[in-house]
Design a protein around this ligand. Structure first.
Ligand SMILES: [Zn+2]
Ligand SMILES: [Zn+2]
Length: 186
């Protein structure tokens, strides 16, 4: 496996180590990602989570390839609803959106804005575009999938197979963080 990468929160107090290369890079346009990204960005001093189209660019890694090098105590769990199996980990030292963890899944989706711009992995496709008010407004530079797309599903499956179809869980995160809806938000 080729090398490792280190990504950090905006203030540098937290660092994650990623083994090898991601198995995919996608932009998610689903309503939950847009809502949660905007909420996390509304926290004081928060760096961007979303791009100018409200897309979450996610860098996908197997859970067993992600570890915390320092500052793990800053991580808190944000869930859109308390019972949701999906949590987004926020580095509360500087309110950086770090990653999305679908707790029932074998992968994590790391927020690409945490990479230095020159090293930031480029998205290969957009997914869940059907939840946009006007998906036709998206550029055609990369494939736009209304749902997940077959290529994405295949990569997920291949990564899961390589893990022996086991979800190791992600031993990161902390107490829940509540984020009030900012005034003026829908
Ligand atoms: Zn920080
Ligand atoms: Zn999404």
């Amino acid at each position: 496996m080729a090398g490792s990468h280190t990504v950090g929160c905006a203030c540098g107090a937290l660092e994650l180590e990623l083994q090898g290369e991601p198995f995919g890079v996608v932009e998610c346009l689903c309503g939950d990602c847009r809502t949660a990204g905007a909420l996390i960005e509304s926290l004081p001093g928060a760096p961007p989570a979303l791009d100018e189209r409200s897309a979450s660019r996610f860098v996908l890694y197997r859970k067993d390839r992600v570890a915390c090098r320092k500052g793990g105590e800053h991580l808190r769990d944000h869930r859109l609803t308390p019972a949701s199996p999906t949590r987004r980990l926020v580095a509360t030292c500087c309110n950086s959106a770090m990653l999305l963890d679908f707790t029932k899944g074998h992968w994590v989706s790391l927020y690409a804005p945490r990479w230095p711009e020159a090293e930031r992995p480029r998205a290969e496709m957009r997914i869940q575009t059907a939840s946009l008010p006007d998906p036709s407004a998206l550029p055609g530079d990369i494939p736009n999938h209304r749902g997940f797309g077959l290529g994405f599903a295949f990569r997920m499956l291949r990564a899961f197979a390589a893990m022996g179809f086991r979800n190791p869980g992600l031993p990161l995160g902390g107490a829940p963080i509540e984020i009030p809806t900012p005034p003026g938000a829908a």
